[in-house]
Design a protein around this ligand. Structure first.
Ligand SMILES: Cc1ncc(COP(=O)(O)O)c(C=O)c1O
Length: 358
């Protein structure tokens, strides 16, 4: 991945951006097949963007909404989606409602069924939240929501690259290159099913997504690339394609198995430390492992772990405000052990957490 990005940047410096792009035109075009294979869709349902957020925003912005329309979100809705959701609700008069979770913490599909009617236009689902190991039951949610014709958007930012998203049956799916795919920052992709795209009104369209056909005439593209812009980083896109191929070559099922094993080991190790509370919810769990340490702020835990060469992050409470409010939580420490992390490294991380408690 890195070689791909650096080699292309070099090539751009050597022969110029246009010629360098022409040399890689076929690979860039094949990128649509690679992403289609990764998420389980047709190549004309794929658009490349510059982040998961951009993917989500551009698709959400295109969904027609009016007064009295209902939007359902999960308890683990992400702040980056909540802000545009709330703004749009204010502008249009659409209302946002929260689907309750069951006792395990995942979306309660039965409760969703009771909320649904033909005024529900959108169900926004976070597959794997930013602050917990939960994997929401995307297929069951999509099947249920489709009974009333609602559009189902899946925020798969934290799942693509660690959890199989194929077969979820959602209409719109967004993800990033920079997380579990281990691709470059500043990359992302979007899947929009053809049947649904025809119901959308993409708004931020330039001369790539639309063609200027007469002084007062334009024609929009008839594929998901209507959501792309003409300009982008070719080097980064090649990096994202390489990262996606890498994941496909290893096998998504295999990655999922190996990640789950590591997260289980980590959760077991952390749970054995009396001052540590593992905060992951849900029946099915991903690699994201979250915890808090009694009497030590998450930022301090992170810093103490950094000093011991263990890299974790902290998920702020308001990035998943509904969930953290419900659980009476604020920040949590987040570890994301990927398949290349060894058992020894996991054990060392647990040991480092024990030392941070003291
Ligand atoms: C669940 C979820 N959705 C969306 C995003 C946004 O991703 P990006 O910042 O790469 O656009 C994040 C980032 O942490 C996330 O955790």
């Amino acid at each position: 991945m890195l070689d791909e990005v650096i080699a292309h940047l070099r090539r751009e410096a050597e022969i110029g951006g246009y010629r360098a792009a022409a040399e890689r035109a076929e690979d860039l075009e094949q990128g649509y097949d690679v992403i289609a294979e990764l998420v389980g869709c047709e190549r004309d349902e794929v658009a490349f963007t510059d982040s998961a957020t951009r993917s989500w925003l551009t698709a959400f912005d295109a969904i027609p909404l009016g007064k009295g329309d209902r939007i359902l979100v999960t308890e683990v809705e992400y702040a980056g989606n909540a802000v545009p959701l709330l703004r749009r609700a204010e502008e249009t008069g659409a209302v946002i409602e929260v689907i309750p979770s069951d006792h395990s913490g995942q979306v309660d599909v039965e409760a969703l069924g009771e909320l649904l009617d033909e005024r529900v236009k959108l169900v926004s689902v976070v597959h794997v939240p930013t602050n917990s190991g939960l994997v929401n039951p995307a297929k069951e949610i999509a099947d249920k929501a489709h009974e009333v014709g609602a559009i189902v958007m899946l925020d798969a930012c934290q799942s693509v690259g660690q959890v199989d998203v194929r077969g979820t049956g959602v209409d719109i799916l967004s993800f990033t290159g920079r997380k579990w795919l281990r691709g470059p920052r500043g990359t992302g992709a979007l899947m929009v099913r053809n049947e649904v795209r025809h119901k959308l009104h993409p708004r931020l369209v330039d001369m790539h997504g639309g063609e200027w056909t007469g002084p007062n005439e334009i024609r929009l593209r008839d594929d998901a690339r209507v959501f792309e812009l003409w300009e982008y980083s070719y080097a980064d896109r090649l990096g994202l394609i390489a990262a996606a191929k890498f994941a496909l070559d290893k096998g998504i099922g295999e990655i999922e198995r190996e990640v789950a094993e590591r997260a289980k080991r980590l959760r077991e190790g952390l749970s054995a430390i009396p001052q540590v509370e593992v905060r992951d919810i849900g029946k099915r769990k991903s690699g994201i492992t979250t915890f808090t340490v009694e009497g030590v702020e998450p930022q301090t835990v992170k810093q103490r772990l950094y000093e011991q060469n263990v890299t974790v992050s902290v998920s702020p409470g308001n990035s998943t405000l509904l969930d953290t409010t419900k659980r009476g939580l604020d920040e949590v420490v987040r570890a994301s052990p990927h398949y290349f992390v060894t058992d020894d490294q996991i054990d060392q991380a647990v040991e480092a957490v024990s030392r941070s408690v003291r």
